[in-house]
Design a protein around this ligand. Sequence first.
Ligand SMILES: N[C@@H](CCC(=O)N[C@@H](CS)C(=O)NCC(=O)O)C(=O)O
Length: 229
Amino acid sequence: MAQFTLFSHKGGPNPWKVVIALKELNLSYEPVFFDFEKNEQKNEQHLFYNPNGRVPTLIDHQNNDYAIWESDAILAYLADRYDKERKISLPHDHPEYHHLLQYLFFQSSGQGVIWGQAGWFNLFHPEPVASAVIRYRNETKRVLGVLERILQNKDYLVADKYTIADVAFINWNSMLPSLFGKGRHEFKEDLPQLDFEKEFPKTYAWHKRLTERPAVAATIAERQQALQQ
Ligand SMILES: N[C@@H](CCC(=O)N[C@@H](CS)C(=O)NCC(=O)O)C(=O)O
């Protein structure tokens, strides 16, 4: 039996960042994929573990079925409990530890939420709302600008090493083409466009560096395979 059950979704970016961390730490897991069209993520069994009814939710069968949700909190849990060698994390007494937390909070409040809205208004919102598409695309580019400034002279976000702070951002960065690509509606207004490599070269190079890691590449391949099933 796998050590963890991961309540997940085949396409959603947040569960797959947990998969990256599990692979980096050689931990075994079994996914349960929910069908959002059937609202399966709001079923009673899942709400018992995660009243927020969103994914990911991770159950640790080697810790009394400890249940934890919010993807960045899950990364911190895995790091503290299972990354004894600090392969992808920092000890709590490291001078950069609170900067690592800073980036996890920035990811969930600054990247995840805003980019999620950019995706929603581009791809799923039933009515065309040009002002919302423009607003969230501009905010997405603003956050990319913040990352670009941070990464001017460094290869990773904290402590000159790859950590869960970097892991947290990977999957939303991979979603950029769908946030700026052809959406559900046609608009007469000019929408903000994105040339990731040209406009944000340091951030693009960082993203490329991260996706070339074996655990990240394996996660991307596993997601593709899941989407095809
Ligand atoms: N801040 C949360 C966001 C979780 C989230 O929004 N997950 C999406 C999938 S990527 C979801 O479950 N959507 C379904 C819903 O909202 O019911 C996290 O990082 O875990």
